[in-house]
Design a protein around this ligand. Structure first.
Ligand SMILES: Nc1ncnc2c1ncn2[C@@H]1O[C@H](COP(=O)(O)OP(=O)(O)OP(=O)(O)O)[C@@H](O)[C@H]1O
Length: 308
């Protein structure tokens, strides 16, 4: 369904854009129907930029993003982009910023009808809205005519997911959708994402939180400074993290009964770089990621990301 092939993004910087910030470097991965892929990395690692490129909110500098085999850079006409957004939608961290506070929140649902389904009658539309609200486990009476400030962050987030469902989407980009929610609402939204996956939706789950990625995803992509350092089946990556960065991220997840001051500087049992073993320093550059198993790929441990 969605494929990223050696995608890079350079933001121009300085007078006349002569220099640039490389936010994303040679990133490749795929999202299949019914699969949740989590994109995990610290702040500034390029996660949101990838989400924005997938949503066509930012352009790709090098490489290709394809949806069902077609390069999305080729969708230049308004009509083509609208069709793409009927299939691919995003939900973001702050649900309140996606709603105009002076209008009832469910107006975002009516906007879908005006934009995409002007020929659908009022009664049928109401049925469709009720069905979408039921999927996200919202009682229509709870949200109809309510203003954003009268809803909780979790309710509003679910309303925005219902909006995406009205479009009959196939891929959802969920960018830090849980970050602003409290613990009990988080689990509701996570379980909702699991329901959507079961309905065959592909989900690109952008997060800086490893525990959330582990809970919800089938496949994990670990990003560092815009580059993929490790990727694979979530269970494999979490059970046997290879890259020192992944190991550091995992070691720093807060746990009950362990204090911050007890954390070792480096996780014990550092391993030699498998990439280095395969492609010793001085050899011609190897592939961007080394396959250590069918479902597990790792990048070079060197800090600059170049093959050792
Ligand atoms: N519009 C822009 N213009 C210039 N630089 C940008 C722009 N958007 C992002 N960047 C830079 O690209 C890099 C990656 O940013 P991005 O927002 O994708 O990271 P992130 O991993 O999503 O971080 P966070 O979790 O804090 O949102 C950062 O160095 C950021 O400063």
């Amino acid at each position: 369904m969605l494929e990223l092939d050696s995608v890079s993004k350079v933001f121009p910087r300085g007078a006349f854009g002569r220099s640039g910030v490389t936010a994303v470097r040679d990133v490749s991965f795929a999202v299949r129907p019914g699969e949740v892929v989590s994109l995990i990395g610290e702040s500034g690692s390029g996660k949101s930029t990838i989400g924005r490129m997938v949503l066509r909110l930012a352009s790709v500098t090098r490489g290709r993003i394809t949806f069902d085999g077609a390069d999305i850079a080729g969708l230049t006409r308004t009509r083509q982009l609208r069709e793409y957004h009927r299939r691919v939608q995003g939900v973001f961290q702050d649900p309140f910023s996606s709603c105009n506070p002076v209008f009832p929140a469910d107006r975002v649902l009516d906007a879908v009808r005006r934009g995409y389904f002007p020929d659908v009658g009022a009664a049928e539309w109401r049925d469709r809205v009720d069905a979408a609200l039921e999927v996200v486990r919202l009682d229509p009476a709870q949200v109809r005519g309510r203003y954003p400030h009268q809803l909780s962050g979790g309710q509003l987030q679910r309303l925005l997911i219902a909006r995406a469902l009205l479009l009959d989407i196939r891929l959802l980009v969920a960018d830090e959708v849980i970050s602003m929610l409290d613990a009990s609402t988080r689990i509701d939204v996570l379980n909702l994402l699991a329901d959507l996956r079961a309905r065959g939706l592909g989900i690109l789950f952008v997060t800086h939180d490893l525990a959330l990625g582990n809970y919800v995803s089938d496949t994990t992509v670990i990003l560092r400074r815009g580059r993929v350092v490790e990727t694979g089946a979530t269970a494999t990556v979490f059970a046997d993290p290879l890259h020192p960065y992944t190991r550091r991220l995992l070691a720093s997840v807060p746990r009950l009964r362990r204090r911050w001051s007890d954390l070792p500087d480096e996780p014990a049992g550092a391993r030699p770089c498998p990439y280095h073993e395969r492609y010793p320093r001085g050899a011609a550059a190897g592939p961007p990621l080394l396959a250590v198993a069918d479902d597990h790929h790792v990048g070079c441990f060197a800090d600059d990301g170049k093959p050792c």
